[in-house]
Design a protein around this ligand. Structure first.
Ligand code: HEC
Length: 379
């Protein structure tokens, strides 16, 4: 039997890992969806219920949280290696490249809509901050912001998270990888099974983290300190990374680092195959596994080791920047003040959410981001 070396190659490890983790994310998501209630009064209680009614639900919810972090992490490594390998020169893969870049948008949107679902104070903060963020885009920004605030309901957010965004992501994944598998006549089950094996270390990490570091459920029995939970990596980091410039820079500069620069980089990344149009070439689609392994053993060992190191160096640098910008985020701290024992106004997100006339502070991006990172300043 002839096997396609491309799919076995270490350089595809993280793309395959991301696919398998997404399948796990989908399964845990279905479970959580069975218990979640998209209602302002009930949502939070329904999430807390998972923790009260035994450990399996809590474990799956925390797993869902941690999986989100690892999915994006795997994607970052996958992008780093695809860039270094100049996959954008391969015109047979042009569609894969394009859809891969676009895929990052629904995946980020899935994270953001996911944070909002539990409807505690961090969720409320995210719900107010997403329109603020998009509102700083010139021309269309203010209208978009007004629309998003107006249109928000918890059930719409839920439908976006469980139906619209997964469908968009699935269509892109189909173009990105499944179409290629069909062309190569690789059964999807086989592809998944093979990659599930190499994803085992990630599953072990997710399971261990889900058990040892549960995401806060604002349980008033265990009131933390305001700055507790700094340095715990969470999926929030990927979005907080885009918001942090609103704290560090003045009004006009903040959107530059928070919106335009990341957006410009994403656009450049997506159109790379078109920028290098003249230099396109076809890569051989592999040979038999044993033949390629033999070739690798012979003379490519050093080259392969060097490219592994370079990919990890580049991806490591990306995570270094992410860490430097967001590590102070107090993952567990919000409910040191915002909890039921502090009274209804502090315990449950206020009824006047969305209403910037009654709560003008949420319009102030700098205050909002500072309040997230250094909430003790609020006093
Ligand atoms: C040290 C106590 C404290 C901590 C910790 C804290 N907050 Fe607050 N928060 C406050 C106070 C007090 C206000 C009201 C400020 C005001 O009205 O002047 C507030 C207001 C807010 C608001 C503004 C909207 C409103 O309804 O007043 C949001 C959103 C918010 N907090 C979210 C968070 C999030 C998210 C966290 C965790 C990252 C957090 N808070 C941690 C004390 C705290």
């Amino acid at each position: 039997m002839k096997v396609q070396i491309e799919l076995y190659h270490w350089r595809h490890y993280f793309g395959g890992v991301a696919v398998v983790l997404l399948v796990a994310q989908f399964s845990t998501g279905i479970f959580l969806g069975l218990f979640y209630q998209p209602d302002l009064q009930q949502a939070y209680a329904s999430v807390q219920g998972l923790y009260r009614d035994g450990s399996v639900g809590a474990w799956i919810r925390d797993g869902h949280r941690w999986l989100a972090f690892f999915i994006f992490a795997a994607i970052v490594v996958h992008v780093a290696r695809s860039l270094l390998r100049k996959d954008f020169l391969n015109y047979l893969r042009k569609r894969s490249w394009l859809t891969g870049g676009l895929l990052m948008l629904p995946i980020l949107a899935l994270m953001v809509t996911g944070f909002i679902l539990p409807w505690e104070w961090r969720a409320y903060w995210f719900m107010e901050m997403v329109p603020n963020y998009l509102g700083s885009i010139p021309l269309v920004g203010p209208a978009l912001k007004a629309f998003l605030i107006d249109a928000f309901t918890l059930s719409r957010n839920f439908i976006a998270h469980v139906v619209i965004l997964p469908v968009v992501a699935y269509i892109l994944i189909d173009f990105h990888i499944l179409a290629m598998l069909r062309r190569r006549k690789t059964p999807i089950g086989k592809y998944l099974a093979k990659h599930a094996m190499i994803t085992i270390p990630f599953f072990i990490a997710v399971a261990a983290l889900a058990v040892t570091i549960p995401m806060p459920t604002e349980d008033p029995d265990v009131i933390p300190m305001p700055l507790e939970g700094a340095n715990i990596p969470t999926a929030e980091w990927y979005f907080l990374f885009l918001l942090r410039p609103f704290l560090d820079f003045e009004k006009a500069v903040a959107p530059f680092f928070g919106i335009y620069l990341p957006l410009a980089l994403l656009v450049v990344l997506i159109v790379l195959p078109y920028l290098f149009k003249g230099r396109n070439k076809v890569r051989p689609e592999g040979g038999s596994l044993s033949r390629s392994m033999a070739r690798l053993m012979k003379k490519k060992m050093v080259g392969a080791a060097v490219s592994v190191l370079v990919v990890f160096f580049v991806a490591g640098a990306a995570f270094g920047v992410l860490y430097a910008e967001t590590h102070e985020s107090p993952t567990l701290g919000c409910n040191s003040c915002h909890n039921i024992s502090m009274g209804v106004r502090m315990g449950i997100p206020p009824k006047a959410f969305k209403d910037r006339k009654i709560i003008p502070l949420v319009d102030d991006n700098r205050w909002m981001v500072e309040h997230w990172f250094y909430p003790q300043v609020a006093w």
